[in-house]
Structure formats: C-alpha cells, structure tokens
Write a protein that binds this ligand. Structure first.
Ligand code: AMP
Ligand code: TRP
Length: 331
C-alpha cells in the first residue's frame, strides 16, 4: 500500500483554498486508498513573526477541523508535527544534505522574506530552512505521494532532490516522493485579487472564504468578488481570472467542468449567487461537525496523542537509519 503524507500550517484560519486544494481529497480519496498521515505542521508556523497564544489556538482549531472535514482516525494517522521529535532530528541531517543556494531560490522564501522586510521585520533563519523541515516531514515516513495544492510543487521537488542525493551519498535510505494535485481548484484564488492565491494570511480577509465563515459572510464575500470589466461569462484564466476562479470554485463544489458551466450564465450576478450557494452547502456539514468536536476538546487531544504515538513508531526506524548512514554513532 502506498504511503501518503501531507500537512497544513496553523498560520491562520483554514480557507476554502485549503479545503478544495487539499483537505477534501485527503478525506474522499487518500485516506481510503493508502496508508496516510496528515499533520498540523505547527513548527512551520514559527517561521514568521507570531503570537504564541494564537499559534496554540490555531493548532487546536486546525486539528479539530481535520477531523471535522472527515479524516477518520481509524483509517489514517492525524497528529501535530511538534509532538513527533523525529521531524526535527531528520531535518538537521537533511540540512547537511541541502545547499544554501537551492534554498535561497525557493519562491516562497523570496516572497515571504520580502514581505517581512517590507513590514520592517527581520527574516527568521527558519524561513530559509523551512523546506528542509518539510522534506523531513515527508521523507521520515517513506512517503510515496504528497497530495498538495500547486503552490507546494517546488518544495516537494526539493524533498525529491534531497532524497536522491542522500541515497546516492550514503546508501539507499529514503523513498523518492512525488506531489499530486487535484484536477480542479488546485489553486483557488483570492476573491479580491484573483491573480494571487487565497491564502490564510492575506492582508485583508475580504477575498478569503474561511471554513468557519457563516453563510452571510460567505455570501457577502462571493457577491463582492472582483470580476472583470466585461459582462460575458467565459472561462479564461488569462483574460478573466476572477470569473475563471468563480467557475472553478463552482465546479469543485457542485460538479461539472468550469468551461461548460460558463455557458449556463448570462450575468456575473447569477454566477455569484450559485457559487455562494454551492460554497455554503459544502461548508454546512463541516461547520456542524466542527461545533460538536470543539465542544469535546479531550476527544480531539486524545486523537492527536494517539496519532503522534503511531507516527513516532513509523518514523523512528528510518530516521535511525539516516542517522547511522550519515556517519553518526548509534546512541
Ligand atoms: P497551507 O495553508 O499553506 O498550510 O496549505 C495547506 C494545503 O492547502 C497545501 O496542500 C496547500 O497547497 C493547499 N492550499 C493552500 N491554499 C490553497 C489555495 N488557495 N488553493 C489551493 N490549495 C491551497
Ligand atoms: N509547506 C506546506 C504548506 O505551506 C505545509 C507542509 C509542511 C507540508 N510540511 C509538509 C505539506 C509536508 C505536505 C507535506 O502548505
């Protein structure tokens, strides 16, 4: 059975982009067809200025939401990254395999580094080394597949390069993983700025639909989505990115192909109304289940604890092997 690993960072409230680009597939497909692990990757939330209490709150909320969207702890392993020490242990070994140049080239490092500098903040070293920790997350488990949104492709490529390099130098230790993406909505765009992805930490929340937004908030955000100056509803990512994004969200939530759905609309208003309805329906059961689980914190904590124990057992032999292969004495 193939091994799957993926994760979500608790840097903000989870969004419709996270759901359509990643979470939904983990639930509907991945947990049924593979030996899968899904993690709240909290160490990755410390790479930019952060508030400790907020990270704690968001980590618990993300864990609760992973269960609320339908990850089943009987079928897959759900855990919090920092609870499993093997990730940081392996990360250091991979830092000794990676070159600084390849990390400086990462798009996300360049973008987020520039963002921090523009805000007058200095750039944390962990922002540079972050993709190495992500590679450790993946490689520790002998992962074959990493189901992620398209924004993560470059990071998974790095994990592949590091696996190949480590294996060549020190003997076969790691499986070489590959990224997989959903067929629609692999990149959900911000409703106010349809040329950038809908991300948790975008400055204003106006273009972001959060999984816990109530139906009125969803409707308001969708109805105010930026479209284009034209009036015709057509699916063209280049010429009409805003409309294309709405069509993709509609296709992902209610079925159909974005190009074909376009033909059914004479106005942007009608399209937006259908998108809003479709999104509200997708979120309804998730929010209901989230409310139930949030009222039972002890259950969620227990699932995370068991998940971490299982993950640790799965990671340890391979991380021990890497430790020995690179030249360290066994403890
Ligand atoms: P992150 O929020 O960066 O931790 O991402 C968690 C998962 O959601 C990753 O697989 C991302 O690729 C995916 N993801 C995040 N934002 C989007 C988006 N706007 N569209 C599609 N997938 C996304
Ligand atoms: N970097 C990923 C993101 O921003 C989150 C992540 C961390 C991840 N470690 C991972 C995703 C390992 C897949 C596998 O979305």
């Amino acid at each position: 059975m193939s091994r799957i690993f993926s994760g979500v960072k608790p840097t903000g409230h989870l969004t419709l982009g996270n759901y359509l680009g990643a979470l939904r597939r983990w639930v509907e497909v991945d947990q049924h067809r593979a030996d899968a692990l899904f993690s709240v990757v909290d160490l990755h939330a410390l790479t930019m200025e952060h508030d400790p209490a907020r990270v704690r709150r968001l980590s618990r909320q993300a864990a609760t939401l992973l269960l609320a969207v339908g990850l089943d702890p009987e079928r897959c392993t759900v855990f919090v990254q920092s609870h499993v020490g093997e990730h940081t242990r392996l990360s250091y070994l991979l830092e000794c395999t990676a070159m600084d140049g390849e990390l400086r080239r990462m798009i996300q490092y360049k973008e987020k580094g520039a963002q921090a500098r523009a805000a007058g903040q200095s750039v944390r070293l962990s922002l540079l080394t972050y993709p190495v920790l992500m590679a450790a997350d993946i490689l520790a488990y002998g992962t074959d597949e990493v189901p992620v949104g398209e924004d993560q492709t470059q990071h998974v490529e790095l994990a592949r390069d590091l696996a190949v390099r480590f294996n060549q130098r020190y003997g076969h230790t790691f499986t070489v993983p590959k990224a997989t993406h959903p067929t629609v909505a692999a990149r959900v765009m911000d409703l106010q700025d349809p040329t950038s992805k809908m991300g948790k930490s975008h400055d204003s929340g106006a273009g972001i639909v959060y999984l816990l937004d109530d139906p009125d908030q969803v409707r308001r955000k969708v109805m105010r989505a930026r479209t284009d100056s034209g009036t015709e509803v057509s699916y063209d990512r280049e010429a009409s990115p805003g409309v294309a994004n709405l069509l993709e969200v509609l296709a992902a939530c209610a079925g159909g192909e974005p190009g074909e759905l376009a033909g059914g609309y004479g106005s942007y208003g009608a399209l937006k109304r259908d998108v809003a309805d479709a999104v509200v329906e997708v979120l309804r059961p998730v929010q209901k289940r989230h409310a139930e689980l949030a009222a039972d914190g002890a259950y969620v904590d227990g699932v995370m604890r068991e998940g971490a124990a299982r993950a640790r057992e799965m990671a340890r032999p391979r991380v021990d092997a890497a430790h020995a292969a690179i030249g360290l004495l066994p403890g």
